[in-house]
Design a protein around this ligand. Structure first.
Ligand SMILES: [Zn+2]
Length: 286
């Protein structure tokens, strides 16, 4: 009983979390994918990207990387219509079954394929191709976040509550769940925000260039799947969840978990960036 009570107290902040699930790598993760991809575009693709994004407040891949998430506040009907495009749940195993897991193409795999076709089609209106580019930057990031292609029945870790001891300031909307150095959150958010956020670069815009420089100084990760196969990228994410012990045995985490998982999170950011660059070079570089 005492133990139960203690557990209840430890998890209390987590239980008070709002129901709204997290939808992506945090801004830092998505912008890193965009920034690293931009550095590896061929000149022809670079010029096409610049033309498509002309007029955007921040006309770079990093600058538009969070647009798909910001629709939540800026265009709620459109966000609602596209919210299933950020993830895929394969139910019970990592075997993807399109009819079950992606009806009408409404999952991250289908969205990448559809938006890529729109981007490649020069008969489409400029605005449609621009939005397709902005969606692609975001979704190629999402599909590499292991919790976004996860077969566990917990909404991609959103329902797996944890208490995380950390000195990293939570994002503003979550600060009320941060008490005495312990954050009540869930495993999805740990992967979205805390692992990359605690790398030592900070979490605001100033972190982007130095963190990207460090990731870019390493060789690109080996590619074991065809570049144009988002179904394979999702399968990798799903299998990583099983193989690498992403689910902690208890619900209490601290810096040791963040440090142990950071190399994997950084590898997924770099793989996402490499594949995004390759996809854009192939689609726009002609
Ligand atoms: Zn997302």
């Amino acid at each position: 009983m005492r133990r139960l009570l203690l557990t209840a107290v430890l998890l209390l902040p987590a239980l008070l979390l709002p129901a709204a699930p997290a939808f992506a790598w945090s801004a830092l993760g998505h912008r890193l994918v965009g920034e690293l991809a931009q550095r590896h575009l061929h000149p022809a693709a670079q010029a096409q990207v610049a033309a498509l994004l002309a007029g955007e407040p921040a006309p770079t891949l990093a600058g538009v990387a969070m647009w798909a998430d910001h629709l939540r506040d800026n265009d709620p009907p459109r966000f609602k219509a596209t919210s299933r495009w950020h993830y895929v749940g394969t139910q019970g195993s990592c075997q993807f079954e399109p009819a079950r897991d992606c009806p009408d193409g409404a999952c991250v795999i289908g969205a990448i394929e559809t938006q890529r076709r729109v981007l490649a089609d020069r008969s489409q209106p400029l605005a449609a191709r621009r939005d397709a580019l902005k969606f692609l930057v975001h979704f190629v990031g999402d599909v590499h976040q292991p919790m976004h292609a996860n077969h566990q029945p917990d909404k991609g870790g959103n329902d797996f509550q944890v208490s995380l001891r950390t000195d990293l300031q939570p994002e503003p909307y979550a600060r009320k769940h941060y008490v005495d150095g312990v954050m009540g959150t869930n495993l999805h958010s740990v992967w979205d925000f805390y692992i990359l956020g605690s790398a030592g670069f900070g979490t605001n815009g100033a972190a982007l260039q130095p963190y990207a420089d460090r990731l870019d100084a390493q060789p690109w990760p080996p590619l074991t799947t065809p570049l144009s196969a988002p179904v394979a990228w999702a399968g990798e994410s799903c299998r990583l969840v099983d193989a690498r012990g992403l689910y902690p045995p208890g619900h209490k985490l601290d810096r040791a978990y963040l440090d142990a998982m950071r190399p994997l999170a950084e590898q997924r950011v770099r793989q996402g960036a490499y594949r995004l660059a390759a996809l854009l070079n192939e689609t726009l570089g002609r």
